[in-house]
Design a protein around this ligand. Structure first.
Ligand code: UDP
Length: 242
């Protein structure tokens, strides 16, 4: 059932998914079919609400440049491997959403002829307006960046209402909840507070980009069933930074 977009708090969103969201907790497979199915169902719920959704996918389940550098691979080449890995994850999500009859387009910041389209902001906006999910892969296309930077940059470019950062924890805490049982979840923070308290939400270049262009960020637990849907409907899930 399609619901009018006027009932939505956010109608155009960038969902940032880490590569690890495609894996299962405590499982060593790079891509887990249950995790993928769960994610796709969560996404379907907001597509049915008519949300214009774009996804920026990471590659922590496959390769991160910083890890490859530690085993002696040149950092630029290592980041190229990381970016290519996001395209692989993009293909996986594209396939999963398509199987659910969700119109989906995969774009890459690096040209990969015959496999996916090259990133084009104008085309992306048109696709979103036509209710097609757009997956942005290969980050921003340059080494020394992360897919968090890509999420913030693409959000600015396509004029998204918010960046939703899906994580494995419930939001931003006063300290690491795994190490400190007394840590408290923030429901709201300003960009300034995040910087002053040195809270690690995303890397600094991504975060300052969001701050400079006033893109709100919501950090939430993607594994909480229905969380994505509640957020676009305006419920207070996770931590809002604005
Ligand atoms: N990467 C890059 N430029 C970008 C985005 C990503 O070089 O614009 C590389 C980098 O090596 C990074 C890897 O791709 O470690 C995977 O991205 P990320 O670490 O953001 O994945 P996530 O942690 O979200 O799964």
């Amino acid at each position: 059932m399609n619901i009018s977009r006027s009932s939505l708090k956010y109608s155009r969103v960038v969902l940032k998914l880490s590569g690890e969201s495609l894996t299962k907790v405590n499982n060593f497979s790079n891509i887990d079919s249950n995790a993928l199915f769960f994610l796709s169902k969560e996404i379907k719920q907001i597509i049915d609400l008519n949300v214009e959704l774009s996804i920026v996918i990471g590659a922590g389940n496959l390769f991160r440049g910083s890890q490859l550098q530690k085993i002696g691979i040149n950092r630029v080449a290592a980041d190229h491997i990381g970016m290519l890995s996001t395209i692989i994850n993009g293909l996986v999500i594209h396939n999963s959403l398509s199987k659910m009859n969700i119109k989906t387009s995969l774009m890459s910041a690096i040209p990969v002829n015959g496999i996916c389209e090259i990133y084009d902001w104008n085309k992306a906006i048109n696709l979103l307006s036509n209710k097609t999910v757009v997956i942005f892969s290969a980050g921003i296309g340059n080494p020394f960046f992360t897919t968090d930077s890509a999420a913030c940059l693409r959000a600015i470019e396509i004029k998204a209402d918010i960046v939703l950062k899906g994580t494995k924890v419930d939001g931003v805490y006063t300290s690491d909840p795994k190490k400190n049982i007394n840590s408290v979840l923030y429901s709201k923070l300003s960009y300034q507070e995040v910087l002053e308290k040195e809270l690690k939400i995303m890397d600094l270049s991504a975060f300052t980009l969001a701050r400079d262009y006033n893109i709100p960020i919501r950090v939430f637990n993607i594994n909480n069933s229905g969380a994505l849907k509640r957020i676009v409907q305006g419920f207070n899930e996770g931590t809002l930074i604005n």
